[in-house]
Design a protein around this ligand. Structure first.
Ligand code: NAD
Ligand code: MG
Length: 400
């Protein structure tokens, strides 16, 4: 077989947890992948190290003055990377004609525009930034369809579902014999914490996930189970499944990454050690397979796999996400925006853990029905969700 042509990759959010795992996999296969561009919001020192290691054509930082300083340091080190600054530069490196694949690993709604830019430019889009899809749903799918881009899920659950679906999967209801999509959830650090004790948990406790090492925002989302809620909405868009067809199964070992239940009674699952390099390598090399540096699964060491029903009272955020998906329109955008604001306020010590769900519920209720058929409408729904959430946060702010 002929050697595959080298794929040029842009990694958006390169300094984050997913970004670093992506660069780890890429570095294992220099004959397959070349880094075209790397981005970070701050963390200039980390980006500097990554530029020296991967020699990208471009690096992008959030702030112009920081970018100039980084440019000067790289020149002194003899590195030819050009440093750009600002949100527009993210779109430039995502849609650049020489790029084959874009890893969308910016956290939150900030990733929406560059993710859309990659989709519109017909790239192979490796989607970790679930918030972008939750926010823009149909808009992002339409951009992918119009340009002939290829969307590959990086979120471990959706990557597992993708792997468990037929290659010629037909998203029309019933067409491929799919009965349900079963999304597994670890249950996070508070699966067994008494509900009364949740009032007083700290950001550090919320970020200490039992199975996965992740950025702080998604770690808090895992603790509230909003992460699973966002993933339910993500599964709806990716696989065309209705809210009723998507079921969450708490599985504390995080060995089964998700499953597909078929009408003939078959349930197909994807298993592996909880290491994001597996879905990243899968999507990078798809439809081939490459070494991800992940140790083989030892079923004897694991011994048992357990399953529980999710507790919607302990985790009201999960119920709110189903509610937003069923409501349709801009509800998911408001849910996502209010969640980002509430999580940031919790991480900053401004509100307690249990206030997160309250802020989101109140924001959803006050926002009412909003249309989201254009990018401007999506951004307006996002802005409305943030405004409402900030008001709700102020009402609940803890005295300092
Ligand atoms: P992280 O916080 O570790 O990294 C985020 C990256 O985005 C950093 O490089 C940061 O510089 C950049 N960034 C932050 N704000 C930005 C802004 N306003 N503009 C431009 N860049 C910005 O996050 P992470 O854990 O790597 O998660 C990234 C995305 O992947 C999230 O959407 C998350 O939900 C998703 N995801 C993560 C995991 C995981 O295991 N970490 C698993 C599944 C999905
Ligand atoms: Mg996930």
């Amino acid at each position: 077989m002929a050697e595959p042509r080298i794929q040029r990759i842009t990694v958006l959010g390169a300094t984050g947890s997913i970004g670093c795992s992506t660069l780890d996999v890429v570095a294992r296969h220099p004959a397959r992948f070349e880094v075209f561009a790397l981005s970070a919001q701050r963390q200039a020192d980390k980006l500097y190290e990554q530029c020296l290691a991967h020699l990208p054509r471009y690096a992008v930082l959030g702030d112009a003055a920081e970018a100039e300083r980084l440019q000067a340091r790289l020149r002194v080190a003899g590195c030819g990377t050009d440093v750009l600054a600002g949100a527009e530069a993210l779109e430039t490196v995502a849609a650049h004609p020489e790029v084959d694949a874009v890893m969308a690993a910016i956290v939150g709604a900030a990733g929406l525009r560059p993710t859309l830019a990659a989709a519109r430019a017909g790239k192979k889009l490796l989607l970790a930034n679930k918030e972008a899809l939750v926010l823009s749903g149909q808009l992002l799918l339409d951009a992918v369809a119009d340009s002939g881009a290829r969307l590959l899920p990086i979120d471990s659950e959706h990557n597992a579902v993708f792997q468990s679906l037929p290659a010629a999967y037909d998203r029309r209801p019933g067409a491929s014999g799919v009965r349900r999509v079963l999304l597994t959830a670890s249950g996070g650090p508070f699966r067994a914490t008494p509900v009364a004790a949740l009032e007083a948990v700290t950001p550090e406790q919320a970020c200490a996930h039992p199975n996965w090492v992740m950025g702080r925002k998604i770690s808090v989302d895992s603790a509230t189970m909003m992460n699973k809620g966002l993933e339910v909405i993500e599964a709806h868009w990716l696989f065309g499944a209705s809210a009723d067809q998507i079921e969450v199964v708490v599985h504390p070992q995080s060995v089964i990454h998700s499953m597909v239940d078929y009408v003939d009674g078959s349930v197909l699952a994807q298993l592996g050690n909880p290491d994001m390099r597996t879905p990243i390598a899968h999507a990078l090399a798809w439809p081939e397979r490459i070494d991800a540096g992940v140790r083989p699964l030892d079923l004897f060491e694991i011994g048992r796999l357990e399953f529980e029903r999710p507790d919607f009272r302990r985790f009201p955020c999960l119920a709110l996400a189903y509610q937003a998906l069923r409501a349709g329109g801009g509800a998911a955008a408001v849910l996502n925006a209010a969640n980002e604001e509430a999580v940031a306020a919790f991480l900053a010590g401004r509100i307690g853990f249990m206030r997160i769900a309250e802020v989101i519920a109140a924001s959803l209720e006050r926002a009412g029905a909003l249309a989201v058929d254009t990018l401007d409408a999506v951004l307006a729904a996002d802005a409305r969700g943030r405004d409402l959430a900030r008001e709700e946060i102020r009402k609940r702010q803890t005295a300092r």
